[in-house]
Design a protein around this ligand. Structure first.
Ligand code: ADP
Ligand code: MG
Length: 630
């Protein structure tokens, strides 16, 4: 019953052969590395005893000059050579970035290249390269404290990361010289850190992760030791950064000063805002004193004022919580454990509001900054083969439905949204025309019925289909999403075995907001979609009928029909063609019925002539197919 075993075959080793492995939380704001030592998971510190590595990389003319805290501290003085929050860019195209507000924090090279590059004095850098620097630093730290090379690592990613973002994260790891056992969703790692997988009873868990740059809510179900992600929701542009910005806005309003275009000053204010925010997690008031150039101001921020600033941010997270519950078809009451993850869940009002929302105590015992890295370390330890008996299972979900374009520009969903991965689903398709030797397959992602409203993931062709009549070829299209969330689509013609395959690496990724928008759109447009789908289906049906009728008539109309009968059929045929151009699916349907009615005599005569055909249903196309086959 185990769907997916984490221990890789052949990797189990005797207990004394401990292999070095680590879990990495590659965060937007902060990153950490952890490992399991003498059965205890622990985060690894640098030589100064710091466990948190700010995800900030600073460049100078010679290349990377610093990574982490030092880089972050210098950010204000040299904003464009100091890259932070790069996770917001990973796997995104220039278009994606242009469409999102976070792109404004960065300075990009102006080229036509599809992969956006950040301008630094060390040259133009992709988000993958910048992320690789953070991973290198963590790898270095792990090797220093463990005294050897790592066999492999588990890297966590937000549950919402799509194919491209996951692939880009893997690419960054490769660039950093790391062997990735597996990418794992952050919430799943957090639940494992709490050992929720070790408990006897089945349980439903909500993981609330409010970090610096992203918010994720995931509903997990643990049944007989098997984890399943029931649903996820969130926002890639919501977190502590927004709180810092809210405080800066408050500072500007209170001081009557402005930052103009001064990026350095902006960073300085954000740094001070963050410090004040941290103070307010433990104290009722934060004293702020600012002095930089002309900007001279001091004031105090009360917890109450701060909590008012937080209100809209918390409200947004609760809206996502409701959506995740709705997707999982669950009631708040069915959630038995609520795990708090991310530095921003240290804020008392956040804990309070979430606890109120779910009407239960929230889990905060494990440091919310470290919990994801710890869970990743536990899994890395198992994957390295250090725990051969472990049968821990991990299941995650597909965030948006995956499907294929069919005749008439319609989407045929093959893997519905929120299906657990890894998953493989197959569906059979057939040819549309007699003798059709190739088939174009268009893979799409999204909830809408029409292809034009979904996102195109890729196209490929199946060639060399042996000549057959329309509808006779059996083409099995298989969609496979692996444990890392990467999609492979293959198509095989069953009678000949001709096959084609494509690994889907879309040219750019989707942000949470876009995913959310596509889902909302599909709900809002459900009615129009149904109508359009019906219309398109009728049109396809009309085309199919006409193609089949024409083929038959060309062959033997003179043999079976007199002129009058022929005319009647041709008139009905013309009527189908004209209604086909209308937007009225009912009219098309009626005209098709009429055509079928007047063709009945023709069909039965052909049949009586015992050409070995059996008429199935009323479809002329079927008749035609049987005819030729005999
Ligand atoms: P990410 O997962 O995005 O990398 P983290 O989980 O490390 O982020 O959370 C970082 C965020 O947590 C930052 O915005 C930071 O300011 C905030 N944070 C950390 N400690 C505290 C605290 N004591 N009070 C309030 N916010 C905090
Ligand atoms: Mg995080």
């Amino acid at each position: 019953m185990a769907l997916l075993q984490i221990s890789e075959p052949g990797q189990a080793t005797a207990p004394h052969q401990h292999r070095l492995a680590a879990g990495i939380d590659l965060g937007t704001t902060n990153s950490l590395v952890a490992t399991v030592r003498s059965s205890l998971p622990t985060v690894l510190a640098d030589k100064n005893g710091e466990v948190i590595l700010p995800s900030v990389v600073r460049y100078d003319e010679n290349g990377v000059s610093s990574v982490g805290r030092e880089a972050r501290e210098l950010a204000a003085s040299d904003p464009f050579n100091t890259i932070s929050s790069v996770k917001r860019l990973i796997g995104l195209s220039a278009e994606d970035i242009a469409a999102s507000a976070s792109g404004m924090m960065f300075r990009f090279e102006q080229t036509d290249s599809s992969v956006p590059r950040l301008l630094t004095s060390a040259g133009a850098k992709t988000a993958i390269e910048v992320s690789a620097e953070i991973l290198k630093e963590l790898n270095h730290r792990a090797q220093q404290s463990l005294g050897g090379e790592l066999t492999g690592v588990v890297i966590t990613v937000p549950a919402y990361f799509d194919d491209t973002q996951r692939q880009a994260t893997k690419d960054a790891a490769q660039l950093a010289g790391l062997n990735v056992f597996r990418l794992v969703n952050e919430p799943t790692a957090a639940a494992i850190a709490y050992g929720l997988d070790q408990q006897e009873q089945d349980t439903t868990i909500a993981v609330y992760d409010l970090g610096g740059g992203t918010f994720d809510i995931s509903i997990l179900r643990l049944e007989r030791g098997v984890f399943e992600v029931l649903s996820t929701a969130g926002d890639t542009a919501l977190g502590g950064d927004d709180m810092d910005q809210a405080i800066v806005d408050w500072m500007l309003e209170s001081s009557n000063l402005s930052v103009d275009q001064d990026a350095g000053l902006q960073r300085y204010l954000l740094d001070n805002a963050r410090q004040a925010k941290h103070v307010l997690s433990d104290a009722p008031v934060a004293e702020i004193s600012l002095s930089r150039g002309d900007f001279d101001w001091s004031g105090s921020l009360s917890k109450e004022t701060f909590e008012n600033l937080l209100e809209p941010i918390i409200a947004k997270t609760l809206a996502s919580c409701r959506r995740a519950l709705r997707d999982a078809k669950l009631d708040k009451k069915s959630i038995e454990n609520v795990v708090m993850v991310g530095g921003s869940t240290r804020i008392p009002i956040v804990r309070r509001k979430i606890s109120e929302f779910f009407a239960r105590e929230v889990l905060t015992d494990i440091d919310p900054d470290q919990v994801v890295a710890i869970g990743a370390a536990v899994q890395a330890d198992i994957l390295a083969g250090n725990k051969p008996d472990s049968d821990m299972l991990l299941l995650d979900v597909v965030p948006l439905s995956l499907g294929i374009e069919t005749m008439g520009g319609l989407t045929e969903h093959i893997i519905p949204r929120n299906t657990t991965i890894p998953v493989a689903r197959a569906q059979e398709f057939t040819t549309y025309k007699d003798g059709q030797s190739a088939m174009a397959l268009h893979v799409v992602q999204g909830e809408r019925d029409l292809v034009q409203d979904c996102r195109s993931l890729g196209r490929f062709e199946l060639r060399g289909i042996p000549p057959m009549v329309a509808g006779q070829a059996r083409i099995v299209v298989t969609f496979q999403v692996d444990a890392d969330g990467l999609l492979t689509v293959s198509a095989t013609e069953q009678t000949s075995g001709v096959a084609a395959e494509v690994h889907i690496k879309p040219s750019y990724g989707l942000s949470d907001n876009e995913i959310e928008k596509m889902i909302v759109d599909s709900m809002e447009n459900a009615e129009t979609d149904v109508r359009t789908r019906m219309l398109q289906e009728q049109r396809v049906e009309a085309d199919r009928t006409i193609v089949a009728l024409d083929a038959a008539m060309q062959r033997d109309a003179d043999e079976f029909l007199n002129n009058e009968e022929k005319d009647t059929i041709l008139k009905a045929r013309a009527n189908v063609l004209s209604t086909r151009e209308s937007d009225d699916s009912e009219a098309i349907k009626q005209s098709l019925h009429a055509l079928e009615a007047v063709s009945e005599i023709y069909v039965s005569r052909r049949m009586n002539a015992s050409v070995g055909a059996t008429m199935r249903g009323k479809k002329l196309s079927n008749y035609d197919k049987q005819d030729t086959a005999s």
